[in-house]
Design a protein around this ligand. Structure first.
Ligand SMILES: *Cc1c(COP(=O)(O)O)cnc(C)c1O
Length: 376
């Protein structure tokens, strides 16, 4: 947690649950990523946190944006980003939304199927297109599985077709899965992209861009490699496979830019046990899976906690949210421990929660309001 966030929480004692996010930290993360991968253009994945102060700051810093929907395109435009800085990166779009984005000046679109490519050709004539390929997501704590991307051989056929349809056959993208803790999947994916480039060059189609997607991890409870290790692995693989004719490089970080800038403040609602001899306490917070902690599904993302009793004796806990759905149990299997002194009314801070929280909060389940946001 940054000093600014901790001072804000201490001074303001904001009503809980809420997210407090330090926009200066986002700028710091942006600078660090830029120096780890100086040759790549950064397209912030807006879905990670579309808070207007974040988009405003990134616009000033010169960032580009990866938007997944027409409303996200509009948020970037409202932040002052030129439409040429926006990529419409979802491979699943309504044709009328493609047309509206094109009308607004967006010129870069993703696809992973022939049908989507033909929609873009009709609704965004002449636009730059890139095809997303399927890659291995092993090592990712939040994998994206087979929902997006097509096989490399299909990408070759479709990129050739793109040119025939009057589109600008721009490049290839992939996504190695979010919170990717290994560098190997990037290297393997770059090797796959290089074969697509080679096959298309043989067919007379010269691609110009590799989009390395997102996935860059942040530190939650467990250590992860530093961003510089990802930069080195990526540049090494690019040099190995493309030699002196490096294509343009695009990255689409989401989590890395915003997660550790944010802290969620919550309150302990109830501490209980299921039996007099049961060693495990149940700690119910005023936020849970429906209040913004959706990524605790399957206990995939394991956040760190801070309590007013840190440093005192701890015991095993199950941590759950306040709603009347048993899915709203946050951590039961991950061996969490919290101070035995923890009591109802205590404030608990949930660390590195600036990504994939505010927009994942339900609107009214059990009548609870969506997560409050403070950008400082
Ligand atoms: C979600 C997403 C990202 C961002 O992923 P992170 O793991 O948060 O960096 C980037 N690109 C695409 C296409 C995405 O869907």
């Amino acid at each position: 947690m940054t000093d600014k966030v901790s001072r804000f929480i201490a001074a303001q004692q904001p009503a809980t649950p809420c997210l407090v996010l330090d926009v200066d930290r986002v700028a710091g993360n942006y600078a660090r990523l830029k120096s780890a991968l100086p040759l790549a253009r950064i397209y912030y994945a807006v879905k990670a946190n579309p808070g207007a102060p974040i988009l405003d700051r990134l616009t000033v810093l010169g960032s580009h944006f990866d938007a997944a929907s027409l409303p996200e395109v509009r948020m970037c435009l409202d932040a002052g980003a030129e439409p040429t800085r926006i990529s419409y990166g979802n491979t699943i779009k309504k044709e009328r939304d493609i047309a509206a984005a094109f009308e607004a000046g967006v010129r870069m679109f993703a696809f992973d199927s022939e049908s989507e490519l033909r929609k873009i050709a009709r609704a965004a004539p002449g636009a730059q297109v890139y095809c997303r390929i399927l890659v291995v997501n092993e090592g990712a704590e939040w994998p994206l599985s087979r929902k997006f991307g097509c096989e490399a051989a299909m990408a070759v056929k479709l990129m050739a077709l793109a040119g025939e349809l009057g589109l600008d056959a721009y490049g290839i993208s992939f996504h190695v899965g979010s919170q990717q803790t290994a560098t190997g999947p990037y290297k393997a994916a770059i090797a796959q992209v290089a074969t697509v480039f080679t096959d298309l060059a043989a067919a007379g189609v010269k691609l110009r861009m590799v989009n390395l997607g997102g996935g860059y991890p942040v530190r939650y409870k467990a250590e992860v490699p530093e961003i510089e290790a990802f930069g080195d692995a990526i540049m090494g693989a690019m040099a190995e496979h493309f030699g002196n004719s490096l294509p343009e490089m695009v990255i689409e970080p989401g989590r890395f830019l915003v997660a550790d800038a944010g802290t969620i403040v919550s309150e302990v609602v109830l501490v209980s046990r299921k039996g007099d001899e049961d060693p495990v306490r149940w700690v119910y917070l005023d936020i849970g899976r429906f209040g913004g902690l959706a990524e605790t599904e399957g206990e995939a993302i394991r956040y760190g906690f801070r309590t007013p009793h840190d440093g005192t004796r701890e015991g095993p806990v199950t941590i759950a949210g306040p709603t009347c759905d048993s899915v709203d149990t946050i951590y039961e299997k991950s061996n969490y421990r919290l101070p035995v002194a923890l009591a109802e009314g205590d404030r608990v801070e949930i660390l590195a929660t600036g990504a994939y929280t505010t927009t994942y909060a339900s609107q009214k389940f059990n009548g609870f309001a969506p997560l409050e946001e403070h950008y400082i």
